[in-house]
Design a protein around this ligand. Structure first.
Ligand SMILES: Cc1cc2nc3c(=O)[nH]c(=O)nc-3n(C[C@H](O)[C@H](O)[C@H](O)COP(=O)(O)O)c2cc1C
Length: 354
């Protein structure tokens, strides 16, 4: 293992040492007992790769087709609030570093910077949205995002209510950083109740309002994935919100194969949750994901600002290329279908390694 691989693996510990306690806790924590948050990363160890050999892997192409073009790398930035609490340059540092690798950034609707500022960095970006009970309250931000050049809208559907967390409520962080929230918030209707009655018709509404492809984030079941496709979703995003919503929700590494099979190529499939290395990225791609998203690793890298996020992209890139070469793949699409669930014995060994 190189020094650099240790840097990536140790990011969380470094962040714990350097961030104020309530900021670290806010980012790290899961909902309730933290079962889902705790098992996300090791769940990827539960799959095994079936590598090809005797293939030319001199050149490896990391680019992938996404909804609004081709992204330079198959991993993107998942939407996370309060990036400015981790580093003063917050979302803009993440955007600049991600633009450098021609990557994709999904901007939370709770961002501490405006959509125009993010767009000005030149990064490919999509807007994540929650819908309030009164849908009309969401319209101003959505319109502004379209005007600023968002490439898609990501509707988060796993948050009818914000789940209870014990370590650090967001309000505690916001009290310490009152300047960091609210930039787009007056437009995102911060005080509005989140919708408890979201349904497939909301996808139509969003598509018609914005004219953009709609991604549904927070799907864990094959039958729901099919409902999303039937309702016109351009992509289904397998996520349990980093274990921050329904505790004891299934690991995304376990849910992904069924969703990929149910969608059957009719829409793109993305995944996030516990992806911490290039091997995790390739495992997700091998299971059929079209792209993979990172949440906490970005926050931990952001402790070192834009340079930290740039380094994270670099390290993930080096590991992803090495893994693809070892698996006999010269492109991301070559990896598709190369994974299968491990036997019980390997699963037990993976658990022992934790
Ligand atoms: C601090 C934090 C804030 C988050 N905020 C949002 C958000 O505003 N909207 C959203 O859809 N998901 C949000 N998420 C969930 C992430 O988009 C993503 O699903 C999750 O973090 C992926 O898991 P990982 O952290 O293990 O990579 C947040 C996650 C974290 C850790």
């Amino acid at each position: 293992m190189s020094e650099d691989a240790r840097w990536l693996a140790g990011l969380g510990e470094q962040a714990r040492a350097r961030l104020p306690r309530e900021v670290y806790d806010y980012v790290a924590q899961g909902a309730r007992e933290g079962v889902t948050a705790g098992e996300a990363a090791w769940a990827w160890h539960g799959h095994r790769l079936h590598p090809h050999v005797l293939r030319d892997v001199t050149d490896v192409d990391l680019s992938v087709p996404v909804l609004d073009g081709r992204a330079g790398v198959p991993w993107g930035i998942a939407p996370t609030t309060l990036q400015g609490a981790v580093h003063p340059d917050g979302e803009l540092a993440v955007a600049r570093a991600t633009a450098e690798v021609d990557g994709l950034m999904v901007l939370t609707s709770n961002a501490g910077v405006t959509v125009e500022e993010v767009a000005a960095t030149g990064v490919r970006w999509w807007l994540q949205a929650y819908l309030p009970s009164d849908r009309t309250l969401a319209i101003p931000l959505l319109r502004r995002a379209v005007a600023a050049g968002a490439g898609a809208v990501v509707l988060t559907v796993d948050t009818p209510v914000v789940a209870t967390k014990y370590a650090a409520e967001r309000a505690a962080v916001e009290r310490r950083h009152p300047d960091l929230v609210g930039t787009n918030l007056e437009l995102a209707a911060p005080n509005a109740e989140k919708a408890l009655d979201l349904g497939p018709h909301d996808l139509d509404w969003l598509r018609e309002l914005t004219g953009l492809p709609v991604v549904v984030k927070g799907v864990l079941r094959a039958d729901d994935a099919v409902r999303c496709v039937q309702a016109g979703a351009a992509a289904v995003w397998v996520s349990n919100h980093g274990g921050r919503q329904l505790d004891r929700a299934v690991a995304t590494a376990a849910a992904l194969p069924d969703v990929v099979a149910a969608v059957g190529g009719r829409a793109q499939v993305y995944v996030d949750g516990g992806v911490r290395s290039g091997i995790d990225v390739v495992t997700a791609l091998a299971l059929g994901a079209d792209a993979v998203f990172l949440g906490r690793p970005v926050m931990w890298a952001l402790v070192e600002g834009e340079l930290g996020v740039a380094r994270m992209h670099r390290e993930i890139g080096v590991q992803t290329v090495e893994t693809l070469r070892l698996a006999g793949c010269s492109s991301v699409s070559d990896a598709r279908g190369l994974a299968s669930p491990a036997g019980l014995r390997s699963l037990a060994q993976a658990a022992d390694l934790q």
